[in-house]
Design a protein around this ligand. Structure first.
Ligand code: PLP
Length: 394
């Protein structure tokens, strides 16, 4: 067994060696500023353009619709705040969902403190947006719909094309946080009626601190970062050349592996789900079984406290998560698990395990064995479990 089993690929992924190789020249000898006219600059400019094209091709966008940013959080902030700023004369109403990533949720809450009205549309018990609720929420002053493409905690994939259709038919801009979906599931921004979309390199085996905002050519967002004329005058700041080159390489590899690896990861995902549910009593899968990210497993164990479980599996060399990394350290149960209707005590006993193409079946077998021990041990110490047995609830 390896020392550590990494099952937290929704938080971040391992940099692929091919990505590092592609980046290396731009961290060493090819250090020009892509804005410079001389050959040092031109080489870097060409490398960034190549990455831009690879990324655009992956989602059926045009090269000049890709804007490099510092990551998913910046892209989310930019899209939402700029639409709010530009459209405030039309209205101040924004529709989003109850299961957004913090980068979207907190941005909307920031705007709410500034006089914007936010509707958080609910989801069903699998985490799928309630389309009737979404349609009913639309008002004449609605300026933006922002819905997460695939959820980072429970992996549920939304009917993005339909949501985009609704937004477009009403003349409302549509943004999607696709950080978990980009490079993992096929995306077509044209067919799916997407106006703006956020993605990040480090969720697809690229480097941290680089991402992009896709912005349809008809949507001209005001810059959030002012300064030089970079990124067609929309995002100032010298380009992160090594990061962008790494992002491009990671996207190229993702494109090549999206069908083969995704099928393999899915198979391992289903293997893990089935094994846990059949071998550990009083466990349940959170999220939709089918409309689900290839690598996402999220399971609730009754009569268990998630943080204790997380620490005990960590001692066995397994890195997992209780929810989103941004939320760990807080004692509130995940807003996503509450939104799908889990009571607090069950939401608290949840574990997210996210797989990658590097995850092996042996690792999963070891993980299930360890989980069985940990769950049994924690339950043996749980007064709730004792009571439940006494009252023949279980
Ligand atoms: C990771 C993540 C983000 C944030 O991306 P960064 O590049 O880390 O800023 C935003 N949304 C979702 C769904 C994510 O999973």
């Amino acid at each position: 067994m390896p020392n550590t089993i990494y099952l937290d690929n929704a938080a971040t992924t391992k940099l692929k060696p091919e990505v590092l190789d592609a980046m290396m020249p731009y961290l060493t000898d090819t250090y020009g500023n892509p804005s410079s006219i001389h050959s040092f600059g031109a080489q870097c400019n060409t490398a960034c353009d190549k990455a831009r094209k690879t990324i655009a091709d992956l989602i059926n966008a045009k090269d000049n619709e890709i804007y490099f940013t510092s990551g998913g959080s910046e892209s989310d902030n930019w899209a939402i705040k700029s639409v709010a700023y530009m459209k405030k004369d039309k209205g101040k109403h924004i529709i989003t969902s109850a299961i957004e990533h913090h980068a979207v949720m907190e941005t909307c809450e920031f705007l709410a403190r500034d006089g914007y009205e936010i509707t958080f549309v609910g989801v069903d018990d699998k985490g799928i947006i309630k389309m009737d609720e979404l349609k009913a929420a639309i008002r004449p002053d609605t300026i933006l719909i922002s819905i997460i493409y695939a959820n980072n905690e429970i992996g549920t994939i939304q009917p993005i094309k339909e949501i985009g259709e609704i937004a477009r038919s009403k003349g409302i801009l549509f943004h999607t946080d696709a950080v978990q979906a980009f490079g993992h599931v096929p995306i077509d921004v044209e067919k799916e009626n997407i106006d703006m979309m956020s993605a990040s390199a480090h969720k697809i085996h690229g480097p941290k601190g680089v991402g992009m905002l896709y912005m349809k050519n008809s949507v001209k967002l005001t810059p959030m970062m002012h300064g030089g004329p970079h990124e067609r005058r929309r995002r100032a700041g010298t380009l992160n050349v090594p990061g962008i080159v790494g992002f491009g390489k990671a996207a190229e590899l993702a494109k090549g592996s999206m069908t083969d690896s995704a099928a393999e990861i899915k198979e391992k995902r289903d293997y893990l789900i089935d094994k846990v549910l059949s071998e550990i009593p009083y466990s349940r899968l959170n999220g939709d079984r089918e409309k689900r990210l290839p690598g996402n497993v999220n399971i609730s164990f009754r009569y268990i406290e998630g943080e204790s479980m997380l620490m005990m599996v960590d001692m066995k060399g397994i890195a997992a998560s209780t929810g989103s990394a941004c939320a760990s350290g807080s004692l509130d149960p995940s807003h996503v698990l509450l939104a799908i209707g889990l009571p607090h005590e069950i939401a608290h006993g949840s574990l997210r395990m996210t797989l990658s193409e590097f995850t092996t079946k042996e690792e999963l077998d070891y993980t299930v064995g360890s989980l069985k021990e940990v769950v049994a041990k924690l339950r043996s110490m749980s007064p709730l479990y004792e009571d439940a047995i006494k009252n023949k609830e279980v």
